[in-house]
Design a protein around this ligand. Structure first.
Ligand code: SF4
Length: 262
């Protein structure tokens, strides 16, 4: 059975939390932050899919030589208004404590969509895939599944972009991020091309912040060893809790966990 990055991340955060979620499969409520993140991802996925379709239509038309002047109608159809409309269509109301909270999140998302559109419009983009799932088999014979938010083609390779709605992270943290290492390994395998740039795109109410990095072979080897250690722990049923005030404070199972530190 493949492991998702989210499962590996949960196990790394606290093995007991992983046991509650993935072994005992205890239900939990979606938080407001998770709900907002899902709405943002859904809106940008819908916009990105229109972008891919627009690119394909342009290519087909070019091949059929049906126009002699640059056709900008499809690109201009990818407007800021379209993105705003997609945001409202994608908004999930679940997870908020009140209608006021949901309305505030909806308004915040509308601002973020405008910032994203400005970021997206800055330069021509050769998008390869949007919101596509993958399965990557490690040399140690376990499989990791995941989903690319967005991959663009650069002159020297692939650029994997992951959308984040949480707090902006430091360059040091992004340089050692396990999820980005998995994306590098999986994208290179899937597209048979070097992954030369990895970006966490932080979608904030006051603007878009790009934190980019890349991976050396040594870093990828370290990531594979880390994944191997996590999978070995899961496969050998090591689910000891690793409580701390910060981790337990965000844990959806703190109400039923005997080890919770809250
Ligand atoms: S409450 Fe704390 S110790 Fe218990 S599962 Fe959650 S993170 Fe782990």
């Amino acid at each position: 059975m493949p492991f998702s990055y989210s499962q590996l991340s949960t196990y790394r955060t606290c093995p007991k939390q992983y046991e509650f979620a993935s072994i005992k499969k205890l239900p939990r409520q979606i938080s407001a932050g998770e709900s907002f993140g899902s709405s943002i991802h859904n809106a940008l996925a819908a916009f990105g899919k229109r972008e891919v379709e627009s690119g394909k239509m342009k290519e087909e038309r070019a091949q059929l030589q049906l126009f002699t002047e640059p056709n900008t109608s499809q690109v201009s159809a990818l407007s800021s208004q379209l993105l705003t409309d997609l945001w409202h269509q994608s908004f999930i109301t679940e997870g908020y404590a009140s209608k006021q909270d949901a309305d505030a999140a909806r308004a915040k998302g509308e601002v973020i969509m405008k910032h994203f559109y400005a970021w997206w419009s800055q330069s021509p983009r050769d998008v390869i895939t949007i919101e596509s799932g993958f399965k990557w088999e490690s040399p140690d014979h376990f499989t990791v599944s995941g989903r690319f938010d967005r991959i663009e083609q650069l002159a020297d390779g692939l650029h994997v972009i992951d959308f984040k709605t949480g707090s902006v992270r430091s360059q040091e943290s992004v340089d050692s991020d396990l999820q980005l290492s998995i994306y590098a390994l999986a994208s290179e395998h899937l597209f048979q091309a070097p992954c030369t740039k990895l970006t966490l795109l932080f979608l904030q109410e006051d603007g878009i912040i790009e934190v980019s990095t890349s991976r050396s072979q040594e870093q990828l080897d370290t990531a594979m060893q880390e994944m191997n250690d996590l999978v070995t722990g899961i496969d050998t049923d090591v689910f000891d809790p690793t409580p701390s005030a910060s981790v337990c404070g965000r844990c959806p199972y703190r109400g039923i966990c005997d080890s919770a530190e809250v």
